[in-house]
Design a binder for this molecule. Structure first.
Ligand code: PLP
Length: 367
């Protein structure tokens, strides 16, 4: 990426040689992203990230009077887009999930209406890592002649993606979830799918996304896609899954009243979401962060109160268990030593917080 910040700064739309140099870099990145997704380069539209890709797919297709089908566990980039459309006269159905965080494709079939324009259901959930049955959903959409968009932001580079096998018309990815920089992403748009653009301006990206391209970001995304393909060939996804499993088993061996959210469902290899009853997840995040371990909760702070994750509550978790859940995500740089560091740190930290919890003491006394 570095030369495209400092030396090769031509505008990719210019016909002079500086411009042609960056145009070549953008097109080569487009080819790499197309290989990662199994599509044609012309079907890749670069965006500013996953949020924009999701918005372009949804607002680009759905109009007042249409019906859209989504799910209760989508990222807010999709959920809030659908909610906003509802204020504009669009009808929406949100498909529920079971206790494993899985959608039943038959629920999608049953939700179809004559005015259904789009089904937008994510490929992998960002909190639990659970992978949805997108191929079955794709078939249902194709049979019903309804557009299918899938948010694959958490799936890209973690599991192989073949848009033809999924049968989707639109698929979103984001750079920073695959070791590319923040602020870049892409939307796969199946040939022949006509989208209303989000922005009006120049005819960049075949008039689907106006604005001068973020060349360094795009170059980074292309390189990340290329490295992700190599990583699949080398079996790095399987190695990551076994590190994740080692982390889970070691923590669950040492901590009682804890468990994996989404267990029993197919998951991307880098994510585990674990509940630790009787603690506040936010307190554990801060405790672990101070000791050098960065993890997260899916909880959101709204009006000063911590709201439990909408994903975990949609799976049927009690609010206190949802608030006591943490997401651990592995990256390509993580090693077995990192996992051991985490497994040494987490159990005593949970124990310490539980000692401070009146709820835990009461339970211990009662039992
Ligand atoms: N969709 C999912 C599933 C995500 O996890 C995220 C980001 O975390 C997004 C969309 C939004 O992507 P971006 O941050 O690139 O806008």
């Amino acid at each position: 990426m570095c030369p495209y910040y400092a030396e090769r700064f031509g505008n990719a739309s210019s016909i002079h040689h500086y411009g042609q140099e960056t145009r070549a870099a953008v097109e080569s990145a487009r080819e790499s992203v197309a290989k990662l997704l199994g599509c044609r380069p012309a079907e890749v539209v670069f965006t500013s990230g996953g949020t924009e890709a999701d918005n372009l797919a949804i607002f680009g297709l759905v109009c007042p009077g249409d019906h859209v089908i989504s799910s209760t566990i989508e990222h807010h980039a999709v959920l809030n887009s659908c909610k906003h459309l509802q204020e504009r006269g669009v009808e929406a159905t949100y498909i529920p999930v079971d206790g494993r965080c899985l959608i039943d494709p038959d629920d999608v079939r049953r939700a179809l209406r004559t005015n259904t324009k789009l089904v937008t259901i994510m490929m992998a959930n960002n909190e639990t890592g659970v992978v949805q049955p997108v191929e079955e959903i794709g078939k249902i959409c194709a049979e019903a002649d309804v557009y299918f968009h899938t948010d694959a932001v958490q799936a890209a580079s973690k599991i192989p993606i073949r848009v033809k096998e999924i049968g989707c018309d639109l698929l979103s990815i984001s750079g920073h979830k695959m070791h590319a920089p923040q602020g870049v992403g892409a939307l796969y748009v199946r040939k022949g799918t006509v989208l209303e653009p989000l922005f009006y301006g120049g005819s960049h990206e075949r008039s689907r996304r106006a604005g001068t391209e973020n060349v360094p970001g795009i170059v980074g995304l292309g390189k990340a896609a290329e490295l992700a393909m190599k990583a699949f060939e080398n079996g790095e996804d399987r190695a990551m899954a076994s590190l994740r499993d080692r982390l889970e088993h070691a923590i669950l061996d040492k901590v009682e009243s804890a468990g994996v959210n989404g267990t029993g469902a197919p998951r991307v290899p880098n994510t585990t979401n674990i509940y630790f009853d009787y603690i506040e997840g936010e307190a554990l995040v801060i405790t672990l962060d101070l000791k050098g371990l960065s993890v997260s909760t899916g909880a959101a702070c709204s009006s000063g109160a911590i709201e439990p994750s909408h994903v975990l509550t949609a799976m049927g978790l009690r609010p206190d268990r949802a608030r006591a859940s943490l997401r651990f995500s592995l990256g390509k740089q993580n090693t077995a030593d990192d996992v051991d560091f985490a497994t040494q740190l987490v159990p005593p930290s949970v124990e310490r917080l539980r000692e401070l919890s009146p709820l835990y003491n009461k339970t211990a006394v009662n039992s």
